[in-house]
Structure formats: C-alpha cells, structure tokens
Design a protein around this ligand. Structure first.
Ligand SMILES: [Zn+2]
Length: 358
C-alpha cells in the first residue's frame, strides 16, 4: 500500500517531487503555500518519510516501512526529522521553538537541531508549519538558517498567507503552490473520517468547504449546525418574525464565542447558509423537487409555500441580493447585531410581500 493513500489530490505536486528526486535536484528549502485544511502538512510529512527511507523502491516517493529510517519515523522518533508549528490557541510561532528558550538561546530549538549532523546515510528534514505566523524577530533569526542551510538538510515551510511572510524568506525558498481539494474529495474524507452525521451534512459541508477539510469540519461543529437547522426550519415556514429570528441567531453566535472577530466569521457563515438555502430553492423551482439537493424537505416546503403570483425565481433572487448586501456590511465592520436584525426583518418583509396569504 502506498504511504500516500491517506492524502487526496495534489497529484501534480507529487509528480514534481518524484521527478526532482529522480534527477537528484532537490532544493534545500521549499515553501508550501495554499489555503488551510487541504493537506499541505500531510504532504510535507509524507515527503519527509519518503526522503528518510533508506530503502526506497522504484518510486522515490514511496517508503519501505521497514528500514532503519522508516521504523523510527513511523514511531514518531526519527532524530533527523524535525517539525514545529504554531501551538493551538496561539497567534504566533514561538521563537523558542526555533532558537531555544531565552536562557538557552541558540543551544536548542529547530535551528540548532538542524545544524547537528544527520545519522550516517540519512539527511535532515525539517517542517516549519504556520511559517506565516512567525513574527519579525523569529523570521529574521530563521533567515540565518535559510541563508546557510546545513549540509544534507531540507527545509519545508508551510503557509496559507504568502503576504504575511518576509520577502527575504520567500525569495530563499522554492515555492510550491497547493490548490483547494475537489468537492468530491472533501465529501469522501468527511465520510471516511466519520465527521458528518447525515448525507445532507456531508453534501452541504462539502459544497461550502471551498476545498478545505478544515472549513468543512468547522461547518459541522454542533453549534453552527444547530443554528443552520433553526434557520432552515424558519425559512421553510416562509412567514416568520424577523426580529425573533435575529434574536435566536444572535444568541446562538454569542454562545459560540463572545469575541467580536469570531462573531463576525460566524455571522458570515449564517449569511452563507441563507444564500445556499435560496440557491437550492432556485434550483428546485427550475428542476422540480430533487433529492440531490441537501435539505430538500425544508427547501421543498419553502418553495411550495412561496407560490407567488409573480416570478418565484425573481423573488428568491431578491432575497439572495439582500443577503449579499448584508455580507458586505459585515465585511465593512458594521455591528453584527445591526446587520442580522435588519437582514432578518427585510427577508421576513420581502417574503410577506411575495406570499401575502401566509
Ligand atoms: Zn524505509
């Protein structure tokens, strides 16, 4: 079995490394860039494994799993494999991970460990995940290692935001761009890793994930999922109190986090949920009821109750436009309660005008 089977996508990047290793043309420093949650770190780890295998097969990206390189690597204890990243909950990659704690600066940490000679027949491979969270002091210190990388060492930096990296760091690495995953891959991963509770959840989270498993997983967090259910049930009724709905939504995102920045992100998700719902409704108006659409029961109910004399698609188009406007307001830092209250009230009013009998 291939060591690469847990990874989906990124065939082009694999092929590039396969060719490079065959030609013995590996660079000393790579910079992996692409959205978060698409498998860049997994890719780097598998590449490191392949590079540390002392008995690779015909495909240089495969590892034997048995040799003096593979066994310690698989046990998470290969002395020539180094990896650091931004710890969970922190905003910056701590300089101590690169240079050692203050009292032992330069005597510990990734840069120091990298300068030690590898085991015979081996090379050093270091992964610096979240490289875009290094502050200037860390980045400048790290630059010294990049400028004069130790012999037989390969550095892999990983970042999702290229602009947040010092240009001096960028220019010393070979850039490898990673693209978002296919929706189909996300769907398969959600099922394989049992991250979703229903087919609707799988399809919905995959469709909104923008090719990132991290995003798909966030969308399935219970609190956000609950809010989406609440929202869709209300919409299915067509007639609802705008203020009442806004109040429930605001309470919901307030419970998830009291931080304004997180509330903004979640407000944007709620607006995306609305847009998705209306898009599914437009689809259903055009195609008739279909089970391929997630939440088809709620969407069908909405479409059936709407039945306006005017053009339904036009009505729903107007609702989508109003949602897009609200998303812009959130981006422009308008207070979240204000945006959601006026959005819910407008949606309720537009629906009342379109379907006056309800
Ligand atoms: Zn091996």
């Amino acid at each position: 079995m291939s060591i690469w089977s847990p990874l989906r996508g990124h065939a082009e990047q694999k092929e590039m490394f396969r060719r490079t290793i065959r030609r013995n043309r590996l660079s000393q420093a790579y910079l992996f860039v692409g959205p978060s949650g698409i498998g860049k770190r997994k890719f780097a780890q598998l590449l490191a494994h392949a590079l540390l295998c002392q008995n690779p097969g015909e495909d240089p990206l495969e590892a034997c799993g048995q040799c003096a390189g593979c066994k310690p690597f698989l046990a998470g204890a290969h002395p020539d494999f180094l990896a650091v990243g931004c710890p969970e909950g922190k905003r910056e990659l701590p300089i101590a991970l690169l240079l050692g704690p203050e009292e032992r600066r330069g005597q510990e940490g990734l840069c120091h460990d990298l300068s030690l000679a590898p085991l015979p027949g081996s090379r050093k491979v270091a992964i610096v995940d979240d490289a875009d969270t290094m502050n200037d002091a860390s980045a400048n210190a790290f630059l010294k290692t990049l400028e004069e990388p130790p012999e037989r060492a390969i550095l892999i930096l990983i970042a999702s935001n290229l602009d947040a990296l010092l240009s001096t760091i960028r220019s010393r690495c070979q850039l490898v761009r990673f693209s978002p995953l296919e929706t189909e891959d996300i769907r398969a991963m959600l099922i394989e890793q049992q991250l979703a509770q229903s087919d609707d959840d799988v399809n919905f989270a995959a469709a909104l994930s923008e090719g990132s498993l991290t995003t798909a997983t966030q969308l399935l967090e219970p609190e956000l999922r609950e809010l989406r259910t609440l929202l869709y049930r209300q919409l299915a009724q067509v007639s609802f109190s705008g203020l009442g709905l806004a109040k429930s939504l605001l309470e919901g995102i307030g419970k998830i986090s009291s931080e304004t920045s997180v509330q903004r992100i979640n407000a944007q998700w709620l607006i995306r949920f609305l847009v998705e719902f209306f898009r599914m409704a437009v689809w259903q108006i055009g195609q008739g009821p279909t089970e391929s659409v997630p939440f088809s029961a709620e969407v069908s109910q909405f479409v059936n109750r709407l039945m306006t004399q005017s053009d339904d698609v036009e009505v729903v188009g107007g609702l989508i436009e109003r949602c897009v406007e609200a998303a812009v307001h959130v981006d422009q830092n308008v207070a979240v309660p204000l945006v959601l209250e006026s959005l819910c009230q407008d949606l309720s009013r537009l629906l009342r005008l379109a379907a006056p009998t309800h």
